[in-house]
Design a binder for this molecule. Structure first.
Ligand SMILES: [Zn+2]
Length: 392
């Protein structure tokens, strides 16, 4: 299949490229170039005139929870939903994500590995939907953040068992709750849940199994433990300490994060719109991102979709808000949701770019998202692994 007459952003470059044709075969991009470069003997079985649409790589959300219902008032409601019903709800969420232009997402926690089941069905082509990487049950402390998912560990020995259990289920990565969180009664975001030795030992086990590690971190103490342990992504990174939310950014920890090349996944979703214009909070958060970016941190886009009021298809709406708080240009924030995100997730050679050899995951828009990010809210068509999901 050949797509012609497109304006292409490859996921990396500063600007739209001069190339305006993509050739796709067996789910992969085989070549990219100017139309005249494709000769008549080309193998492309069909050619589609895309009428000048803007085409970018499929979006990637680094932090979602397929099992959570964002409309539920009780964040634990999903635990009581029957298996059949739950799988149906999750499959519908996966389709909505694809509708929104999200072609890959990383699921960072569920209790019953149902999201792995969904992942497998989508990968096998039995269901249409966003392609998933899944962590299964996050490792947490006794009665710690999201303990209801079954990953409680009182010590390293138990933590190792939790990790082994996830591996036996076929997870793509390991998630560790390095601090408490908001949705678990009795758990405090400021508190570290594991000491630095235990964190380091857990990360070592995961890495020995060639699995990356994502660490949930609100408090600075937990961010420190996670970064010294060498996790791969720090989720939230809220810098919570004795001075309050966002007020304890630590320069030593920051330089450890930068030195180790750890990615920060801030989970700034569209709900953060309500903080825009609230001067003290906005200034605080923007100040933190200025410090982090000056130090050289690498950022990826994430929403924590599934938590109350954050829908699974939130990412296109979230990116302008993320850009506002982190003071990123449109192209910078788009990289955090394409090429950079793919790299952070260990998919840097397969996804997140429009380039020969990469998966043919792409989204088409009428307006130029590099000029105005609001264009992302209206995708015209989405292709996942070379198959059109939606073509108006
Ligand atoms: Zn989460």
């Amino acid at each position: 299949m050949r797509l012609t007459n497109i304006k292409l952003w490859d996921g990396v470059s500063e600007a739209l490229s001069e190339f305006h044709s993509i050739e796709i075969k067996d789910g992969k991009i085989t070549s990219i170039g100017n139309e005249e470069k494709f000769d008549a003997s080309s193998q492309a079985s069909s050619s589609q005139d895309m009428a000048g649409l803007y085409v970018i790589p499929g979006l990637i959300d680094a932090h979602v929870h397929m099992c959570l219902d964002p409309e539920a008032k009780d964040p634990l409601a999903h635990v009581k939903v029957g298996r059949e019903k739950q799988l149906d709800l999750m499959a519908k969420r996966a389709v909505k994500m694809l509708d929104a232009g999200i072609t890959t997402a990383r699921d960072l926690g569920g209790g019953k590995w149902e999201e792995l089941n969904l992942r497998n069905k989508i990968n096998a082509g039995e269901l249409s939907g966003v392609r998933l990487l899944c962590s299964g049950q996050p490792v947490t402390s006794v009665k710690g953040h999201c303990h209801f998912w079954g990953g409680e560990a009182a010590n390293l020995e138990e933590a190792a068992k939790v990790i082994e259990r996830q591996i036996s289920r076929g997870v793509d990565l390991i998630k560790i709750m390095a601090t408490g969180g908001n949705i678990t009664p009795g758990s405090k975001p400021i508190d570290a849940q594991f000491d630095s030795e235990t964190m380091a030992a857990m990360v070592k086990i995961a890495h020995e199994h060639k699995l990356l590690v994502a660490a949930h971190c609100h408090g600075t103490a937990g961010i420190k433990n996670a970064s010294f342990a060498g996790v791969n992504t720090i989720e939230h990174c809220s810098w919570v300490g004795s001075d309050g939310w966002g007020k304890n950014l630590n320069e030593e920890v920051l330089s450890e994060i930068v030195g180790k090349g750890i990615w920060i996944s801030p989970t700034i979703n569209s709900g953060w719109r309500k903080f825009m214009g609230s001067q003290s909070f906005e200034t605080l958060i923007q100040g933190n991102y200025q410090k982090m970016r000056k130090a050289g941190v690498k950022l990826i886009a994430s929403t924590d979709a599934g938590i109350p009021n954050v829908r699974h298809e939130d990412l296109p709406k979230a990116l302008p808000i993320f850009a506002h708080f982190a003071e990123l240009s449109p192209v910078e924030v788009l990289r955090t949701a394409t090429s950079d995100c793919a790299e952070a997730l260990g998919l840097g050679r397969q996804r997140g770019r429009l380039s020969p050899g990469y998966d043919a995951d792409l989204v088409c828009y009428e307006n130029n998202p590099l000029q105005d990010l609001s264009a992302l809210e209206n995708p015209i068509a989405v292709m996942a692994k070379g198959k059109w999901h939606r073509l108006v």
